[in-house]
Design a protein around this ligand. Structure first.
Ligand SMILES: NC(=O)c1ccc[n+]([C@@H]2O[C@H](COP(=O)([O-])OP(=O)(O)OC[C@H]3O[C@@H](n4cnc5c(N)ncnc54)[C@H](O)[C@@H]3O)[C@@H](O)[C@H]2O)c1
Length: 338
């Protein structure tokens, strides 16, 4: 059984990596090891055991085995969406901090339950969202007030996958949503950091592939968002089979505009004169490194935890509300056709 752990996390926390043999888990592993001691890894994939051997930590097929044998402060969780909730609740029930991939939760109810468990156990649940650690997105956030009263935004994020999605993303049971829940989560998080929650969202879901339509996994989503008691409105478009990869956020305000791409954020005056620019050449791993180090360094920071949880609840509520509205719409149509 694990020994008693002190309230304060040591300078180099002990970390369990859950889902470490997958795409994201492998990308994070060397970066996590820069700021933490990896004391074990859970992953049922056939390749996981040899990867753990090569990396020099014990391998467990299930989280239950790891909880019985390994002593750790926090877990870094990179599993398919369907596994997030059972894995995170189990970790919290055993008094461990959770640093997890997006989405924070699928439904508002699950999000509230995670927050409740986090408060009860006095443990953090942090969601990994690298744009919050990118210098250009930080510049945009910090300089938003300089555009005056924002009245419009448009945010486009498109991927250029040449084939239908594969693996868990192609399975309704594991992905639990299409591009909105997957790539769209990052963008809704960025918008939630800048604006209040939208009071109304109109959505269009589009499918490139028939099998994705059959599985209700949207390949493209277009949202039109309206906001309470302000003149603000905005549009968000996310897709995964575009002809090129693009990300572009533009905010228009009464005193100027912000124009953000992954490589540069520019603050413009009315009329378009560039006032200030922040460029960033990456690499992306720099943002990931500071994100992981930051979360590991703030496991017991209650203010940071509260702010983070509040924001993630808002992101989940927005996305969950859009899916719920669509289901209601489909039910209404089915009733009308019956
Ligand atoms: N931030 C980003 O840019 C980004 C990019 C890709 C993926 N992701 C997120 O990362 C997560 C994983 O995606 P991926 O592409 O790495 O998936 P993946 O399929 O490549 O890896 C998932 C791994 O989890 C393992 N696994 C499944 N169930 C498990 C369980 N109960 N316990 C332990 N391990 C389990 C699988 O065996 C697999 O090795 C998702 O939440 C996804 O949204 C984020």
């Amino acid at each position: 059984m694990p020994s008693d752990r002190s309230e304060n996390v040591r300078p180099r926390p002990r970390v369990l990596v859950v889902g470490f043999a997958g795409h994201q888990g492998k990308e994070y592993l060397p970066i996590v090891r820069e700021s933490a001691d990896v004391v074990g890894g859970v992953d049922p994939a056939p390749a996981a055991s040899s990867l753990a051997d090569e990396s020099g930590f014990p391998h467990y097929d299930t989280l239950g085995e790891a909880l019985e044998s390994a002593d750790f402060d926090a877990a870094v969780v990179t599993v398919p969406h369907s596994e997030h909730f059972p894995v995170s609740t189990k970790l919290l029930a055993h008094g461990r901090h959770v640093i997890k991939e997006k989405p924070f939760a699928i439904t508002e109810q699950e999000a509230r339950h995670l927050i409740h468990l986090s408060q009860k156990a006095d443990r953090s649940v942090f969601t990994l969202l690298q744009r919050n650690f990118s210098p250009v997105f930080r510049f945009a956030q910090e300089n938003l007030a300089r555009v005056g009263e924002p009245y419009w935004f448009s945010y486009d994020y498109h991927f250029n996958l040449a084939h239908p999605t594969t693996g868990w993303r192609a399975s309704r049971e594991q992905a639990m949503g299409g591009v909105l829940l997957d790539m769209g989560y990052h963008l809704v998080d960025v918008l939630t950091g800048m604006f209040p929650e939208p009071s109304r969202v109109h959505s269009a879901f589009v499918h490139h592939y028939q099998e994705m339509r059959d599985r209700r996994l949207e390949d493209l989503v277009s949202l039109m968002c309206s906001y309470p008691s302000t003149g603000l409105a905005g549009s968000l478009r996310v897709s995964r089979h575009n002809y090129e990869k693009v990300e572009h956020l533009c905010v228009l305000g009464t005193k100027g505009a912000l124009n953000v791409t992954p490589g540069a954020a520019v603050l413009h005056s009315i009329g378009g004169l560039p006032l200030e620019r922040r460029t960033w050449k990456g690499p992306k791993t720099d943002a990931v490194r500071s994100m992981i180090a930051h979360h590991l360094g703030h496991l017991n920071d209650h203010h940071y935890r509260q702010d983070h949880l509040r924001r993630q609840l808002a992101v989940v509520r927005t996305i969950n509300g859009i899916y719920r509205d669509r289901l209601r719409e489909q039910d209404r149509l089915a009733d009308r056709c019956a």
